[in-house]
Write a protein that binds this ligand. Structure first.
Ligand code: APR
Length: 232
C-alpha cells in the first residue's frame, strides 16, 4: 500500500476565487498580514480583526470547490485510509468537495474559539457583534484561526503521518510558513518521494523529487489520475 500525505495551501483555492495570502502587492485583501493575523493585532484592534474574518467567511460561502479539490476527494475515494490531506487553508472547500480525512492545521473560518472556556463550536455567522459562547455563555468568541506565533493544530498526528508516508505532495503553498514548510524535508528524510504541484517552483528547503509548475486545476487532476492508474 502506498501511503500518501498531501499538504495544501492557498494556491489550491485560488481558482475558486479565494485570494492567496502573498499576492503581488504583499497584502491579504488590502491588509498587511501582521495587522489581521496575530494575537497582538486582535488585542489592539478586535473589531478590525473580527470584521476581517467575518468578511472572509462570507466570501468563502459564495465560492465553490474546483477541479483540484474534487480530484483529491476522488483520490480518497479510490485509496481510502491511505490518504491524509493536511490543509493550511481556513476555507472549507476540501470538505465541500468530499474529502473526509482532513486536518485543518491553521483552523477553520467555520469554527469559533472561546477565549474564556476553550470551546471550538462550529460557526456560520458573524462574530463582530460578540455573540455568546454556546458552551459557557461568555462573549469571548474569536475566529478559530491559527495566527502567527500560535501553535498549529494536530501537529503530532500530522508528523506521524508525514514520517510514515511513501509519497508526500505539496500543493499550492509558497512554503514560507513553518512548521508546514518543513514537512516535505521531514518526509524526504524518512524516505518518501516528494512532489510539488504549484503555480511556480517554491523556495523549497530540500528540492522536490518531482516539481511541476502550473495551475492546480490542471496539475492535481492529472497527478491523481497517474496515482490511481499506477495502483490498478
Ligand atoms: N495553482 C497552484 N498554485 C497556485 C495557484 C494556482 N492556481 N495560484 C497561486 N498558487 C501558488 C502561489 O504561487 C504560491 O506559491 O500558491 C502559493 C500560495 O502561497 P501563499 O499565499 O503564501 O499561501 P500559503 O502557502 O497557503 O500560506 C501559508 O501563511 O499567512 C499564513 O496561515 C496562513 O495558511 C497560511 C500560511
Amino acid at each position: 500500500m502506498t501511503r500518501i500525505v498531501v499538504l495544501t495551501g492557498a494556491g489550491i483555492s485560488a481558482e475558486s476565487g479565494v485570494p492567496t495570502f502573498r499576492g503581488a502587492d504583499g497584502l491579504w485583501e488590502g491588509h498587511r498580514i501582521e495587522d489581521v493575523a496575530t494575537p497582538e493585532a486582535y488585542e489592539r484592534n478586535p473589531d478590525t480583526v473580527l470584521a476581517f474574518y467575518d468578511a472572509r467567511r462570507r466570501a468563502v460561502e459564495a465560492v465553490a470547490p474546483n477541479a483540484a479539490h474534487r480530484a483529491l476527494a476522488r483520490l480518497e475515494e479510490a485509496i481510502g485510509g491511505d490518504l491524509l490531506v493536511v490543509t493550511q487553508n481556513v476555507d472549507d472547500l476540501h470538505e465541500r468537495a468530499g474529502t473526509r480525512d482532513l486536518v485543518h492545521m491553521h483552523g477553520e473560518l467555520r469554527r469559533a474559539l472561546c477565549t474564556g472556556c476553550g470551546a471550538r463550536p462550529g460557526w456560520e455567522g458573524d462574530l463582530i457583534h460578540r455573540p455568546p459562547c454556546p458552551e459557557c455563555g461568555e462573549r469571548m468568541l474569536r475566529p478559530d484561526v491559527v495566527w502567527f506565533g500560535e501553535m498549529p493544530y494536530d501537529l503530532d498526528c500530522i508528523e506521524n503521518a508525514v514520517v510514515a508516508c511513501d509519497v508526500f505532495a505539496s500543493i499550492g503553498t509558497s512554503g514560507s510558513v513553518y512548521p508546514a514548510a518543513g514537512f516535505a524535508a521531514l518526509a524526504a528524510a524518512f524516505g518518501a518521494r516528494t512532489v510539488e504541484l504549484n503555480l511556480e517552483p517554491s523556495d523549497a528547503l530540500v528540492p522536490f523529487d518531482d516539481a511541476r509548475a502550473g495551475p492546480a486545476t490542471e496539475l492535481v487532476p492529472a497527478w491523481v489520475e497517474e496515482l490511481i492508474a499506477a495502483r490498478t
